[in-house]
Every structure is written in C-alpha cells, then in structure tokens.
Design a protein around this ligand. Structure first.
Ligand code: NDP
Length: 309
C-alpha cells in the first residue's frame, strides 16, 4: 500500500483527492493529520507546507508542488533529496496567455487613453498603430512564457523573447544570457516579465536596467514582484519614464493600502491572479508523475532546487 499526503491552505483536498483517486488505485490519498502509517507515504502533493513537514515521511519518492512557481519551495533547507516536480497544466498556460494578451493589447490599442477621455466626455481619436511596429519583449520563455509569447505573435506583434538558454521559437526573435539583457530591454516597447524568482533573477530589473526601457514604454509583471526594484519602478512611472504598468505581483502581497502604486493613474493593479491551477486539467499530469515515480521511471516537469526553478 502507498499513500499520498496532501497539504495546502489554499487548495481543496476534497476536489484534488476526487480527481486523483480514479487515476491512482491502490494509493491512499489523505491529509497530513489523517496519515495512519507514515512509512507508507511515498508521495507528497503540497503548497507551502510548514517547515519540517517532510521529516516524518522517510519513504517519500516524489514531491509535487501544487503550483507552477516553486520559489517558496526550492530555497528551503528541509527538502528531502528526492525528485521535485511542478504543476504543468495546459489550462493554466492558456489562462496566463489570455491575461498577458489582454494586458499587452490594452496598451497597443491605447485603451487607457480612451478610458481617461471617456471620463472627461472627450472624443479622443488616436490612429491605431500597426501591430508589427510594436516591439514586445517577453522575459522568460518557459511553459507559461513561451505560450504567451506565441499568442502575441498571432496578433502580428514584433515579439522578442529572452531566456537563460538559447531558444528557437517560430516567429519570435530569441536571445539569451545576461549579456543580451540590456539590448533586449532597450528594444522593448512593452516588457512582459515571466521569469521565475531565483537568486539570479531577484532584483534583476534594477533602477539602472529599468532606465534602459524606451521612454513611455509599458511594463507588465505577471511572475514575481521581487524580480523588479519596486521603488525604482514606482519612481519611473511617476516621472513617466515608464509610461504605464500592469502589475499582478508585488514584493509584498497584499500590496499595503498606503502604497503609492494604488493611486497612480497609469497603473493597473490585479491581486496575483493572472493564472491559477485548474485541478481538473492539472490532475492527470500529477497522476502520471506519481505513476512514473511508483514504477521508478523518470518524472516530467522536474524542478532543480540548485537552479531555483
Ligand atoms: P518555467 O520554469 O517553465 O520557465 C522559466 C523561464 O525563465 C525559462 O525560459 C528560463 O530559461 C527562464 N529563466 C530562468 N532563470 C533565468 C535567468 N537567470 N536568466 C534568463 N532566463 C531565465 O516557468 P513558467 O513559464 O512556467 O512560469 C514563470 C513564472 O510565472 C513562475 O515561476 C511563477 O513565478 C509565475 N506564475 C505566476 C502566476 C500568477 O498568477 N501571477 C501563476 C503561475 C506562475 P530556460 O528556458 O533557459 O531554462
């Protein structure tokens, strides 16, 4: 007999266990407090478990992070030395791409200017730009980033992408490595941040790097707040050096009520929901990884703590 231990303060145990059970006959799916025999616990499906959580489960074979972002997990000093995988969910990628598409097109089609004009009862004609004249830079070409970038290509935009290793993606001009970053920023009329938070990306978008963006550019962050110097970003937006921003993530969440960003006309704030895992579409992939681990086969969508993602 095998058991899977579940821990999350945000996700529904009932929903996840009902979706996983048909794929995992012979696996007892239970909450931590319901585990009867810790020796039988071979799998963990967790989101932000408390420190020391894993110590009791000495026979763990696989740790599944209940989300795409693993920054809250991989830096911990209490991780067991077993494969760790993340959620990979086609619906999550689609939901993220639709949010990015909305945020980018809102700027490309000058919607904030029309929203302002409408409040003033002002007929404000701005001739629409041709999409291929707008350079959109996507930082991070992973599962979510590459999918969003391809959706942007379908809109006829001039899409560039940046990642750690060099990529070849149809219709996207790809660059890689820290030495390419400054030029990349300088040629992004709209910048979309889709990097994971790691020791290498923390504070990557410093005041100096933000200053490289073209005057009046638009800035969109849907990954993690700590990748950007939020004070420098706020000041750049106040000066108008960066024209506008859509921010779904912040260095402190919830964003405190006194934060200057709330009252800024050129900033759209959403409360960290650009995308979420959809259990019904993520469960088959979680189950497949558990079956692979049970058979001793290599798992999919593995994350590497030393790399940070
Ligand atoms: P992946 O791990 O699949 O991809 C990460 C991408 O970033 C890869 O292309 C990787 O390069 C690149 N990258 C990592 N480190 C560096 C670096 N130092 N320099 C240059 N490029 C780097 O992530 P996803 O696309 O699945 O997700 C991105 C992030 O989105 C998640 O980490 C999470 O934080 C966030 N997220 C936010 C949500 C929200 O609601 N706001 C919801 C879900 C996720 P390479 O390809 O070479 O490895």
């Amino acid at each position: 007999m095998s058991a899977l231990v579940f821990y999350s303060e945000f996700d529904s145990f009932e929903q996840w266990s009902a979706l996983l059970a048909p794929h995992l006959p012979g696996v007892n799916i239970c909450r931590a407090e319901e585990v009867q025999n810790v020796e039988e616990v071979h799998f963990a499906l967790v989101w932000k478990p408390p420190h020391g959580f894993f110590a009791a489960y000495r026979n763990l074979k696989l740790l599944v992070n209940l989300g795409a972002g693993v920054d809250s997990l991989v830096g911990r000093d209490d991780l067991p030395d077993i494969p760790i995988v993340r959620l990979s969910d086609p619906q999550m990628a689609r939901m993220m791409a639709s949010f990015v598409l909305f945020a980018v097109l809102r700027y490309v089609r000058d919607i904030p200017a029309f929203e302002r004009a409408q409040r003033e009862r002002r007929w404000h004609y701005v001739h629409p730009r041709s999409p291929e004249t707008v350079r959109v830079g996507v930082l991070g070409l992973g599962e979510l980033g590459a999918h969003a970038a391809q959706e942007l290509v379908r809109q006829g935009l001039d899409v560039r992408g940046w990642s750690r290793s060099q990529k070849t993606i149809d219709g996207i001009s790809c660059s890689s490595g820290i030495e390419a970053l400054d030029d990349f920023l300088a040629s992004s009329d709209v910048l979309v941040v889709m990097l994971p938070l790691t020791p290498q990306t923390q504070g990557l978008l410093s005041a100096e790097r933000l200053a490289l963006l073209p005057p009046g550019s638009a800035f969109i962050n849907v990954s993690r707040g700590a990748i950007v110097d939020q004070v420098a970003l706020t000041q750049a937006l106040q000066r108008g050096d960066i024209g506008q921003a859509t921010l779904d993530v912040f260095d402190r969440e919830p964003l405190p009520p006194e934060d200057a960003l709330w009252a800024m006309d050129n900033v759209l704030i959403t409360p960290h929901l650009a995308s979420v895992a959809i259990p019904a579409s993520a469960a088959p992939q979680v189950a497949e990884n558990i079956q692979r681990a049970a058979r001793g086969e290599p798992v999919l969508h593995q994350v590497f703590p030393q790399q940070g993602y």
